[in-house]
Structure formats: structure tokens, C-alpha cells
Design a binder for this molecule. Structure first.
Ligand code: GLU
Length: 448
């Protein structure tokens, strides 16, 4: 951990005092503040305007009860959250996560990250996040529908295409967004397409939105490698996770000629030396809602390892696409020892601070999630554009837009890192570039 400038240390102490027990939120704030050491020395106006304190305090935080009835008639009570963190650049924008680990601190860490990620896209979107401690695993479609309807029965009054635009995240995909949209439309009597993104293609969704986070992560890796005159082609790649982000990261890496040999879930990991069969993985996970062990059982050379760490598998490119803090210092040392060249985070904050330090000290190309996984939310903003103009674009056109956005995100990070004397440090570059964009807008808006 690096020391903080005294002004930043004071901000951090306030964050710790005001938000006790929210370890992931503290971690996310600390990382950004460390990058801002270089900025406050040159820009006292951000300190004088209390911009950094204001950035660390959400504009609005919502917590509400979500009651629902299961198929046996039992009543369950979950907790719903929406943290509307910062709207300096546009309406609050960010996903909803349904997972038993969701609590206010997790939602705040994700919402805080989202502010900077969204700024990096160069598109007019603020930052927010939400979700519930509801566990969709093992629930029937009817149960998921009743839960989504109950959640939206409270959430609808807080969101809108000019206010706050939720989308998916872990546990929230096309099925959930469909139920949420249907209930919003029913309660409000408005066909307000732009109120949610990640919608189905039949009712206002965008081409490439499903693929965008994973595709974008690999495009970012491609851009990083290009700075060293390297390419993905022929490289051995590992993705962690096996959800939407992992599946499409694997697909894009394969399209660029890489050899993707492993993926994982909470039960263990699979090594498939024939290369991960993305269509089969999607069938098992998306359609059958099965596990990677079920995938392995249908592939001749695939080996399933129960438990253990996917990061023990040697690779040149690592794409963590599962969840926060899934990759610790030991895993990072193993990866470096096995010849890692580059790592791009498809998930939000999957590497612990110690892991990031290990990668940076070893000179590995390291892309933080807020830069590398920005393609998902960027394509959500493209979905909002299409909805606002009552248009729908073709796949190729949308994919080209995504590609250019990721090239630009990479460029913004690289330039800011250079300008602030840390060439090649994408963590610093991402934090500094996005912070300046949001901070300048906040200064312009006055003390609000
Ligand atoms: N949940 C995704 C993320 O972490 C997407 C958010 C969105 O599309 O609004 O960026």
C-alpha cells in the first residue's frame, strides 16, 4: 500500500469512519485515492472544492424490503438496494446484482467503480449500482419472475431514462431484465425503453450487448499487447468464471487466434486442452443453468478439478471474469512464475491490492476492471442511444462502435499514465483520466 497525500488521507479516514465494516468499498476508494496522489499536487482546486469528499459520498442510497412467495407458498424477505452514486456526467447507470453476498458495502464498491468506468467510456453516463441478496440459483422461472416483480414494485419510482438506468450484473441476465421491464411498463403505463439496458432483442435491446463486456475485455488486452508489439494469436489464455463475461471473453480471444484452455465456477475449474467449446459452455450455463463439471463431462479431454484454483493453470494471458477479490497475492505469484504476459480484468475488482502490486512489480501488462470491462456499460449507452432515437443497429456496426470505444478507453488510460509520470500503469491512468472528467463536471455544477 502506498502512502496518501495528507489531504487524501483525511478523505480516506472520513470514508472509514462513515462506512464501518464495508471492506470492499474501502478497498475501491483506497485504490483511487492512491492514484490521485499525483493529481492533487498539480490541481489544488479539486481539494479546495471538496470534490474528492463529495465523490466518495453517494448522492442517494436506497434500501428496501422485497417480499416474494416461492412455488410452495412460503414467503421470503430479501433486501433490495440501489446506490445512486454520481450523476455529474449523465443519469446514474450501472447494473443490478442478485447474489447472496450482496450488501450495502458491496453495492457501494460497485457503484463507486462504476463512476470511473462510465467516465472512461467517453459517453454521457453517471455511476450507480444495485441489486439484492436474493439467490436465483435453483429457483424456478416463476419464482424469479415474482421476485423481479416485487423488486420493481419499489424500484420503479426511483428510476427512469433521464434519472437512473439499471442493467444486469452477476445473477441478472436477459430473463431477469425482461421481467423487470415488464413490471416497470405495467406499473408506469409507459413504454420507456431506455429505463433499463440489457433488454432482449425483440423489445429494444441492442445487438452485441450480451457479448460486449467479454469482447471489450479482450479488445483491451489486444491494445495493451500491441504496445509491446505482441498479439493474442497463439497465446495460451485462461478465463475464470463461466458466466456471460467469461463466455464472450473466451469467444473473442478465440476469434483473435488465442488458445483458451480453462474456465471455472464456484465448484471448481475445468482444463480443456482442446480449447474451450464456447457453444457447449453457453448451452450448459445459459440454457441448462448447469455447472462447469457438466461441461467437462461432455468433452473428451476436459478435466474437472473440484475446488482448487484456476490460477494454478499455466497461461500467458489471464482474464479474471468471476467476481471481486478472486485472485490474491499467492495466485498472482503463481501466474507470474508461470510466464504471464498480460492480465485484463473482466470482473469488477477481481485482483486483491496485493495481487495488483505483484503484477505491477513484475512488469506484467495489467488492466483494471474499470477500464478493461467498460465495454459492457458502453454498449448499454449505445442501447440507450438506439432507444432514444427509436432505432436499432446491425451487429457489425455496433461491434465496430464497441471496438473503437475500447481503443479510446485504452488510449485515455495510457495518455493519463504518461502525463502523470507513470507510463504503462493502467491503474493510475484509468483512475486519473476518469477522475478529472468527473471532477471538472462537478466543479462546473457548483456545490450540490
Ligand atoms: N454490470 C455491468 C458493469 O459492471 C454493466 C452495467 C450496465 O450495463 O449498466 O459494468
Amino acid at each position: 500500500m502506498n502512502d496518501l497525500d495528507p489531504a487524501l488521507q483525511r478523505v480516506f479516514q472520513t470514508v472509514l469512519d462513515r462506512n464501518p465494516g464495508e471492506a470492499e468499498f474501502h478497498q475501491a476508494v483506497r485504490e483511487v485515492l492512491e492514484s490521485l496522489n499525483a493529481v492533487v499536487a498539480r490541481h489544488p482546486e479539486y481539494v479546495d472544492g471538496s470534490i474528492i469528499e463529495r465523490l466518495c459520498e453517494p448522492e442517494r442510497q436506497l434500501m428496501f424490503r422485497v417480499p416474494w412467495t416461492d412455488d410452495q407458498g412460503n414467503i421470503h424477505i430479501n433486501r433490495g438496494f440501489r446506490v445512486e452514486f454520481n450523476s455529474a456526467l449523465g443519469p446514474f447507470k450501472g447494473g443490478l446484482r442478485f447474489h447472496p453476498t450482496v450488501n450495502l458495502g458491496i453495492v457501494k464498491f460497485l457503484g463507486f467503480e462504476q463512476i470511473f468506468k462510465n467516465a472512461l467510456t467517453g459517453l454521457p453516463i453517471g455511476g450507480g449500482k444495485g441489486g439484492s441478496d436474493f439467490d436465483p440459483k435453483g429457483r424456478s422461472d416463476a419464482e424469479v419472475m415474482r421476485f423481479c416483480q416485487s423488486l420493481m414494485t419499489e424500484l420503479y419510482r426511483h428510476i427512469g431514462e433521464y434519472t437512473d438506468v439499471p442493467a444486469g450484473d452477476i445473477g441478472v441476465g436477459g430473463r431477469e431484465i425482461g421481467y423487470l421491464f415488464g413490471q416497470y411498463k405495467r406499473i408506469t403505463n409507459r413504454y420507456e425503453s431506455g429505463v433499463l439496458t440489457g433488454k432482449g432483442l425483440s423489445y429494444g435491446g441492442s445487438q452485441v450487448r450480451t457479448e460486449a463486456t467479454g469482447y471489450g475485455t479482450v479488445i483491451f488486452a489486444r491494445e495493451m499487447l500491441a504496445t509491446r508489439n505482441q498479439a493474442l494469436s497463439g497465446r495460451r489464455v485462461i478465463v475464470s468464471g463461466s458466466g456471460n463475461v467469461a463466455i464472450y471473453a473466451a469467444q473473442k480471444a478465440q476469434q483473435l487466434g488465442a488458445h483458451v484452455v480453462a474456465c471455472s465456477d464456484s465448484g471448481g475449474y475445468v482444463v480443456d486442452e482442446d480449447g474451450i467449446d464456447v457453444d457447449l459452455l453457453r448451452q450448459v450455463k445459459d440454457v441448462e443453468r448447469g455447472r462447469v463439471a457438466d461441461y467437462a463431462a461432455r468433452r473428451p479431454k476436459a478435466v474437472h478439478h473440484e475446488g482448487g484454483s484456476v490460477w494454478d493453470v499455466p497461461c500467458e494471458i489471464a482474464l479474471p471474469c468471476a467476481t471481486q477479490n478472486e485472485l490474491d497475492g499467492d495466485a498472482a505469484r503463481t501466474l507470474v512464475g508461470n510466464g504471464l504476459l498480460a492480465l485484463a480484468e473482466g470482473a469488477n475488482m477481481p485482483s486483491t491490492p496485493e495481487a495488483v502490486q505483484v503484477f505491477q512489480e513484475a512488469g506484467i501488462l495489467f488492466a483494471p476492471g474499470k477500464a478493461a470491462n467498460a465495454g459492457g456499460v458502453a454498449t448499454s449507452a449505445l442501447e440507450m442511444q438506439q432507444n432514444a432515437s427509436r432505432d436499432s443497429w446491425h451487429f457489425d456496426h455496433t461491434e465496430k462502435r464497441l471496438d473503437q470505444i475500447m481503443v479510446d478507453v485504452h488510449q485515455r488510460c495510457a495518455e493519463a499514465a504518461d502525463t502523470y509520470g507513470q507510463p504503462g500503469n493502467y491503474v493510475a491512468g484509468a483512475n486519473i483520466s476518469s477522475f478529472m472528467q468527473v471532477a471538472d463536471a462537478m466543479l462546473a455544477h457548483g456545490v450540490i
